[in-house]
Write a protein that binds this ligand. Structure first.
Ligand code: HEM
Length: 155
């Protein structure tokens, strides 16, 4: 497969609509969750759509989060000072993986490995950056995540 022929993770997942489905399902269970629900008690009704825009951009889709929301800096500011604990981070990951199944994201090993890789990385950064006294960079590009060592499966 040439580089040009390799679909982005965004395209493989089903595009913007797939990520919106994912975050709708995800935040429906997040707000009901005893451990992390309280962190999201005051979230904006559009929060799921914004996170879908972020994930779409990360996985190779259009740069809408950068253009329409303000990019990395805005995402970072939402996490500063939240003091996310490891059990909370892990719950966030578990609920997102459940949501990926429920929303019907592709379940092939290659896609899920790349997806989980970003989620593991991103949640660990979010926890780290949310601690009191953390001094993460305030400006950076939105990360772009690819297939890594396991390109899309070809029968
Ligand atoms: C890959 C990991 C993560 C990504 C990509 C992510 C993404 C985002 C984005 C894009 C926003 C801002 C949405 C907007 O523009 O309105 C946000 C806000 C927020 N995130 Fe995260 N996040 C991650 C991990 C976490 C974790 C692990 C927690 C806590 C367990 C968390 C808690 C929050 C909270 C509390 C807000 C603010 C909600 C509000 O508006 O009140 N995030 N996140």
């Amino acid at each position: 497969m040439t580089d040009d022929a390799v679909p982005t993770l965004y395209a493989w997942a089903g595009g913007a609509e797939a990520f919106e489905r994912l975050t709708e399902v995800f935040y429906r269970s997040v707000v009901k969750d005893d451990l992390i629900g309280p962190l999201f008690a005051h979230m904006d009704a559009d929060h799921p759509k914004h996170v879908a825009m972020w994930l779409s951009e990360v996985f190779g889709g259009p740069d809408r989060y950068t253009k329409e929301r303000g990019g990395y800096t805005v995402m970072l500011r939402h996490h500063l000072g939240k003091a996310i604990t490891e059990p909370q981070r892990r719950r966030w990951v578990d609920l997102l993986m459940d949501a990926a199944d429920e929303a019907g994201l592709p379940d092939d090993p290659e896609f899920r490995a790349a997806f989980a890789g970003y989620i593991e990385w991103g949640t660990r950064l979010a926890r780290h950056n949310s601690q009191p006294g953390a001094t993460p960079p305030i400006e950076a590009p939105v990360p772009r995540w690819g297939w890594g060592v396991a390109p899309p499966y070809q029968p």
